[in-house]
Every structure is written in C-alpha cells, then in structure tokens.
Design a protein around this ligand. Structure first.
Ligand code: GLU
Length: 303
C-alpha cells in the first residue's frame, strides 16, 4: 500500500471543501487557531508512520484526550468504572445538562463532557494526577518527550468553563464524584489542553489497533476491554453525529473541538486528521471529509 501517495490524494480531495465550518470560539485560546491548517498522519501496527500537510504541528487535542483517560481509567480500575458512567449514545450535544437529572447523575457515556468528568475523577483517584497520567501515556506512545499541556488553554477553559462546572457540581450532588469538584475540573481541563500533532496522536492511538498492546509491548487493556473501547468510540465518539460518522467513515473515532479526529483501524493502524473549522455538531468538517475519502479509497472499515 502506498500510504504516502494515498495521504496526498485524500488531502487534495478534502481540501476541495475548504471554507466550510467555523473554528471553535467558546474559549479565546481556541478561537485563534489557523482555519487553513490541515494535517493527517497514519501509523501502522508494523511501526511505520506517514504524514501530509501540517502533520507535525501540535494542536489542542481537547476531547480526543477522553479516549485516553477512559483507557487509562479502565486499565487502572477495571470494569467498576461502568457503575458511574453508561455507554449509550446521548443524542444530545456534548455539553448538555438535560439528561443528567432524569438519569440520576450517571452520564450516558464517557465521551460527553459529563461522562468524561466522571472518568477524570476516577483516574484522579487511581493515579493522583489525571492530567499528567494522560500526558505521560501520550509521551510514551508517541516517543515525544516534548508533548505537553498548553497551560494557556487550560487556564482559558477554567475561566470560561461555567457549563462544565455546572455539570460537575450536578454530578457531585448525586454522589458520583469522589474528589472535590474544583480539583476534578482542573484535571479535566489539563488533559483537554494537551497539545499534540497528528503524528503523535496516530502513534498514541495504535494501542487500540493492537487490541490493547502498548508501544513497548506491554498490555494496557485486555483484548475484550480494547474491543469495548472501540465499540464506545464508534457509537459515542463523535458527539451526536456518531451515526453519521459511522455511516460515512465506518471506523471507531474520537473528535475534539480543536479540530482533531483520531480513528482506529483494528489490526492495521491508526489515523489522525486535524483541521480546525467545525460543523454544527462540533466535528472537523475537513477531518470527516478526509476520513470519508480515505476509507472510500481503501475500503477500510470495521464492517
Ligand atoms: N474542553 C472542552 C470542553 O470541555 C472539550 C470539548 C470537546 O472537545 O468536545 O468544553
């Protein structure tokens, strides 16, 4: 397979849609992202990495971090995580409050903000520092020791994160947080504010393509746990457009409002694409188009 040629073809195809979408502006630190930036990388289970465009430029990974906090919380604490968070698609926006009351403070899934806040709480309890736990995992898997939390993004989240604070307090009122709300939120903002490139993220996502095995050959998740994380990614990983994403792309994936999407090709590799302008559901317009073009050209799918 000529991965390099393929990436260039896919990028050219995706860039035809240029000019659509809007860069996230809910915090000032994200609103300054370059709307013309575009990067894409593929990492294979054989250890090869290919990239196109701005694939080595760090971007704010935002909710893509939720896939790693989930995997680490499962690895450290096991299945009891699922007592505090569900695994059904929400059908509501990622930062919605409405379901929490009728569902007694148990968020629908680990990838909406409410669910990710619960996962961060458990990871904080298990490791003592959820932000650096995710950072250190990404550093190890990408072999990039410079990968770090962008403190200005984390501070901007904390300053403007009234809705996340509301979600966290609401969950706490049902007894579903084990750490103080302020501390959980700081760790949640920290892992969302990690800056990493498409190269780093494709490499970091490979453990799911290897059914739970890390870059150093050790096992993070059992095969069954890795399958389950991939299943939740497919059904809940792209906000309330997960059905549309499965329809167009056919791979488990996680998006973030920084414009990144990480998708997994079980047994074969991982692909990360980044383009900041988002559609109305919060997914990168060109990112989804590029993954659509990639899977259409190659036939890659879990189906
Ligand atoms: N830190 C962002 C928030 O909590 C993450 C949003 C996202 O990427 O979905 O609003």
């Amino acid at each position: 397979m000529d991965y390099q040629g393929l990436l260039h073809e896919v990028m050219a195809e995706a860039l035809r849609g240029h000019g659509r979408g809007r860069v996230a502006d809910y915090i000032p630190a994200l609103a300054v992202a370059d709307p013309t930036a575009f990067g894409m990388a593929i990492a294979t289970v054989d250890g090869e990495v290919y990239g196109a465009g701005d694939w080595e430029q760090p971007f704010s990974i935002q909710s893509v971090s939720k896939l790693f906090s989930l995997a680490l919380a499962l690895a450290e604490g096991g299945e009891q995580l699922w007592q505090g968070v569900g695994r059904e698609p929400s059908g509501n926006p990622y930062n919605s409050l409405v379901q929490l009351e009728s569902e007694s403070g148990i968020p629908r899934n680990p990838f909406i903000n409410a669910g990710a806040i619960v996962v961060t709480d458990r990871l904080l309890e298990l490791t003592g520092n959820a932000g650096t736990a995710v950072r250190d995992f990404l550093r190890a898997e990408s072999r990039n020791e410079t990968l770090d939390i962008d403190e200005s993004v984390a501070a901007s989240e904390a300053l403007h994160g009234h809705r996340n604070a509301a979600l966290a307090h609401f969950i706490a009122s049902y007894g579903n947080l084990r750490n103080p709300v302020d501390s959980v939120l700081l760790h949640y903002y920290a892992h969302c504010a990690l800056a990493a490139s498409c190269r780093d993220m494709a490499l970091a996502g490979l453990f799911l393509a290897r059914h739970g095995i890390r870059a150093d050959g050790s096992r993070l998740l059992t095969r069954s746990e890795a399958k389950r994380v991939n299943a939740v990614l497919l059904t809940c990983g792209t906000y309330d457009a997960a059905g549309q994403f499965a329809f167009r792309v056919g791979l488990p994936g996680k998006s973030g409002v920084g414009g990144g999407i990480l998708a997994v090709l079980p047994g074969r590799g991982a692909v990360c694409v980044w383009s900041p302008p988002l559609d109305a559901t919060g997914n990168s317009v060109l990112g989804v188009a590029a993954l659509d073009a990639l899977t259409t050209a190659t036939g890659w799918s879990v189906f």
